[in-house]
Design a protein around this ligand. Structure first.
Ligand SMILES: Cc1ncc(COP(=O)(O)O)c(C=O)c1O
Length: 467
């Protein structure tokens, strides 16, 4: 029978979770089934996903910030079709392709003057790995400092610089000499930098896990200390870059002048993996400093045509559709409207964010009985309460969101930058309704919490038996 992809997908759609249980990540399937996230999506457009029955879901997760321009954007799709139609030579390797040159030019045009050159790769963690290597060869130093609670990716270099223990457990030892400091702890940072052996200080302008950032000028002070002690300052813009925060780049909120930035995720509009590092020509050339070192850091698929074409189309869409401004406006509206819910739902502790990277943090309710339930749920698992919000948001209101991280009472939203007031209102009224249910004790929400807790305990026991 001739290969027919459309027929294959039509015939087998629905077997998704069984296939993954058998051949891919069983544990992930178990989690998705237990929290009711085992939906079979069959189509996607803009800010929406659709299941097999044609139900519409509002996507406030954006593939972890991959779909800033919305899903299946026609302009990005057309760019892919154009590349295929042109039968362009791809990855000749011993040449310089036009599309990678054009995308590098387009990125540099949108960046401040100190950025002069771009290196392309395939993912966020690969961009961070490259940035760390560039920093070592530019400074001749070995050590890296990052922030507690930071996330820079899961390959060894990036993980060595990441500050979330959950992701590191069981994978050490890591790169020697890496250290973390807490946001705002400028004294500890200076103590470390003053030894003059640190290659780079790397930060996410807004941390993905929990949406955390300094309230004052910590980043500016840190940057000044980096300059003083000869350390490079890297801003990891993999999640915050390209409009997510209501500015083109997250570092612009603090008027920073990083030496290196990393990008990925939305860079290629959600179709093809793509990552990039931007830096000065001087730093770039310290790695590629001799003819025989011209590919000393490289990646086979790094400048592939589809990724580059998608990148060009994505930058164009962000600009033509004013999506960076829209992210700023919709973000402010969302934060204001969720903040207004505080009056009715006092266990909303804080709503924070910039543009469309937003965290809603909860705290122990004041009602005595609800407080007992809160304590029980937290005893079982410290990330369970936000799951009790996220699960009905999906099952009852068809809105996809996520728990912001382990051991925190935070729901995180990352809507595509194409949303309008309609989507903002839809989310706020769904959240209002879910929180109203939460205030009924006993009630279905707390039953859900107890059920989730039981399943977690069961899964833990099964895991222990298997081990
Ligand atoms: C700030 C940051 N850096 C690096 C990464 C890793 O990117 P990737 O998953 O593409 O390797 C992520 C992913 O979430 C991220 O948010």
């Amino acid at each position: 029978m001739p290969f027919d992809l459309k027929r294959l997908v039509t015939e087998r759609l629905g077997e998704n979770y069984d296939l993954h249980e058998k051949y891919v990540n069983q544990t992930l399937v178990r989690v998705q089934r237990s929290i009711g996230f085992d939906k079979v999506y069959s189509r996607a457009e803009g800010a929406y996903l659709y299941d097999q029955e044609g139900n519409q879901y509002l996507d406030f997760l954006s593939g972890y910030s991959v779909f800033n321009v919305g899903r299946n954007h026609p302009k990005v799709k057309k760019a892919i079709q154009d590349v295929l139609e042109m039968d362009l030579p791809n990855m000749v390797q011993m040449d310089c392709s036009i599309l990678s040159g054009l995308l590098a030019e387009a990125l540099i045009k949108r960046l401040p003057d100190q950025f002069e050159a771009v290196f392309f790769c395939n993912s966020g963690t690969e961009a961070v790995e490259g940035a760390l290597k560039f920093a070592r060869s530019a400074t001749g130093r070995q050590r890296f400092i990052s922030l507690k609670n930071s996330y820079h990716g899961l390959s060894f270099g990036s993980l060595s610089a990441s500050g979330i223990e959950h992701f590191r457990e069981g994978f050490g030892p890591f790169l020697e000499g890496c250290a973390t400091v807490a946001i705002d702890d400028i004294e500890s940072l200076e103590k470390l930098l003053s030894k003059r052996d640190v290659a780079a200080f790397i930060v996410e302008p807004i941390q993905g896990k929990g949406v955390k950032y300094p309230s004052g000028d910590f980043f500016n002070q840190a940057q000044a200390l980096c300059r003083k002690y000869g350390t490079l300052f890297i801003c990891d813009e993999v999640q915050t870059g390209l409009g997510r925060t209501g500015r083109w780049f997250g570092f612009q909120h603090w008027n920073l002048e990083p030496d290196i930035i990393t990008m990925a995720k939305t860079l290629s509009g959600g179709y093809v993996p793509c990552g990039a590092i931007a830096t000065s020509r001087e730093i770039y050339q310290k790695t590629f400093n001799r003819m025989e070192r011209c590919v000393v850091h490289s990646s086979t698929f790094g400048r592939n045509n589809l990724a580059m074409a998608c990148g060009l189309a994505t930058l164009n869409v962000l600009e033509e559709e004013n999506l960076v401004d829209n992210a700023g406006r919709m973000g402010t509206l969302l934060i204001d409207k969720v903040n207004a819910l505080k009056e009715r739902h006092p266990f909303i502790k804080e709503v924070r964010g910039r543009g469309l990277i937003i965290a809603i943090e909860f705290e122990e309710p004041t009602d005595v009985r609800a407080r007992m339930a809160w304590k029980f749920v937290h005893k079982v698992d410290k990330s369970l309460f936000p799951q009790m919000i996220v699960t009905p948001l999906l099952s009852k209101h068809r809105i996809l969101t996520q728990v912001a991280g382990h051991n925190m009472d935070v729901v995180k939203i990352l809507p595509p930058l194409v949303i309008t007031e309609k989507e903002v209102d839809c989310f706020v009224s769904a959240l209002d309704s879910v929180l109203r249910e939460c205030r009924k004790f006993p009630g279905p929400m707390w039953e859900l919490g107890v059920n989730l807790a039981r399943q977690l305990v069961k899964a833990g026991e099964a895991g222990k038996k298997a081990a």
